[in-house]
Design a protein around this ligand. Structure first.
Ligand code: ADP
Ligand code: MG
Length: 413
């Protein structure tokens, strides 16, 4: 994949050039206040690298899931301000991403300065399944710049106009964040140091079951907690009460448990859980055996015995990938399991990778030093799909472009 340096060579330097950067700035925002700016910070190095070379940097990004039309609840305006603070230079904000404001903002951009376009998902074409409809959005984005840098790792698994189609219309390269993230994922998939342990949790159960299929042939141990665990506990015939449960996935889970046994992959499920009667911050917590959940209760965390077992397994590991909190860490009474796993990862003698938006947020919210982890990924869905062995359209398109890129380079010699 081409890098920004390759792009600079091809264009004969980047000073004064307009470069469109797709970043992932999809941070949690509450009433205009940014709750966790991790993804904005992760996007800064590439933007700064370009700006330092005198590039006119035009950033495009999305926030949340608006319905394809302008909705100020999903405005990137607060993100522009925070990005400016982090860069130490004001970021010009365009109030649309394809219209007059975008054009005027780009036209008046000085060398080495940065502009952010409003939420690209305010255009229904951005996420359309129809390539021709997406193409219209991509065409308009492409008129704003002379080159494209893909740095939104959290969206590279999406075939969307600002991720995929625009890369076919401009000389394209990957940014630093995409390069770093792909590098770490390659380390996980190509000869990971063993024991290699994967910890899965969180609430997006059906999204995450697919990865187990591929990991059963790769990881030495699988550790399951969080909302994920209850479908597996139910698959073993246990009552799980009102806990998260995906009934239609029970046969899949049974299949995984059988395959793990056949293949000698250790499969750890919680043996005790923290239950309560309602999903609330002040709910009263109680610890029970995993096979003793009353029908009118729900499990919101792994229990202390499970936390200790999981941590012990992690302390022997040389490579760990962790995706999904062990419990509802947002409520202090159900944060212990997630804290224990995070703590074990910080003590690991090897490579520890945290993937998933909420897992990364949990690490910060619980007060851990981010540098104590090997890598905190900005893309949960993207890293899971990579580990599932799927191709990521936003990466594929950069690889495919390389040929024409190389051919173009040859012509200049
Ligand atoms: P990530 O973003 O790290 O991939 P998910 O989005 O899948 O993780 O899930 C994160 C959410 O899962 C958190 O908001 C957390 O409260 C929730 N969660 C964890 N354990 C449970 C549980 N036992 N029951 C319900 N929700 C849970
Ligand atoms: Mg999440």
């Amino acid at each position: 994949m081409a890098t920004i340096d390759d792009l600079s060579r091809e264009l004969g330097g980047l000073r004064g050039r307009r470069v469109l950067v797709r970043s992932d700035l999809n941070v949690p925002v509450d009433g205009g206040t940014i709750i966790d700016d991790g993804r904005i910070r992760a996007g800064v190095p590439t933007i700064r690298q370009l700006a330092d070379q005198g590039t006119r940097v035009v950033v495009t990004a999305h926030l949340g899931r608006p319905d394809g039309s302008p909705d100020l609840d999903y405005s990137l305006a607060p993100v522009a301000e925070r990005l400016g603070e982090l860069l130490g230079a004001e970021v010009a904000f365009a109030t649309d991403s394809l219209g007059e404001s975008a054009q005027a903002t780009v036209d008046s951009l000085q060398d080495g300065r940065v502009a952010l376009l409003e939420n690209v998902r305010f255009n229904a074409g951005e996420t359309s399944k129809d390539a021709a409809v997406r193409g219209e959005v991509a065409d308009r984005l492409a008129t704003l710049a002379e080159a494209f840098v893909s740095d939104g790792f959290g969206v590279v698994h999406r075939k969307q106009a600002s991720v995929y189609d625009v890369a076919q219309r401009l000389p394209a390269a990957m940014g630093q964040l995409v390069a770093t993230e792909i590098g770490v994922l390659e380390r996980l998939t190509q000869a990971p140091e063993r024991p290699y342990v994967v910890v899965l949790g969180g609430a997006k159960v059906s999204d995450k079951l697919g990865v187990i299929d591929n990991l059963l042939g790769k990881a030495d141990k699988l550790v399951i907690g969080g909302g994920m665990a209850y479908t597996f506990l139910a698959a073993q015939g246990y009552e799980v009460g009102n806990s998260l449960l995906e009934k239609d996935q029970l046969p899949t889970c049974r299949g995984y448990l059988n395959r793990a046994a056949d293949q000698g992959v250790e499969f750890l499920l919680p043996t005790d859980v923290v239950i309560t009667d309602r999903f609330a911050a002040d709910a009263v917590a109680e610890v029970v055996r995993a096979d003793q959940i009353p029908a009118d209760r729900m499990g919101l965390d792994i229990g202390p015995e499970s936390a200790q077992r999981f941590a012990a397994v992690l302390s022997d590991a040389r490579t760990v990938f962790w995706n999904g909190p062990m419990g509802v860490f947002e409520f202090e009474a159900f944060a212990s399991g997630t804290r224990a796993v995070a703590q074990a990862l910080t003590e690991l003698d090897g490579l520890s990778v945290v993937g998933g938006g909420d897992s990364a947020a949990a690490v910060r919210l619980l007060g851990f030093d981010e540098t104590a982890f090997g890598h905190i990924s900005t893309g949960g869905g993207a890293s899971l799909e990579y580990l599932e062995g799927k191709t990521l359209p936003g990466i594929d398109v950069l690889d495919a472009g390389e040929e024409t890129f190389g051919q173009r380079l040859l012509k200049t010699r």
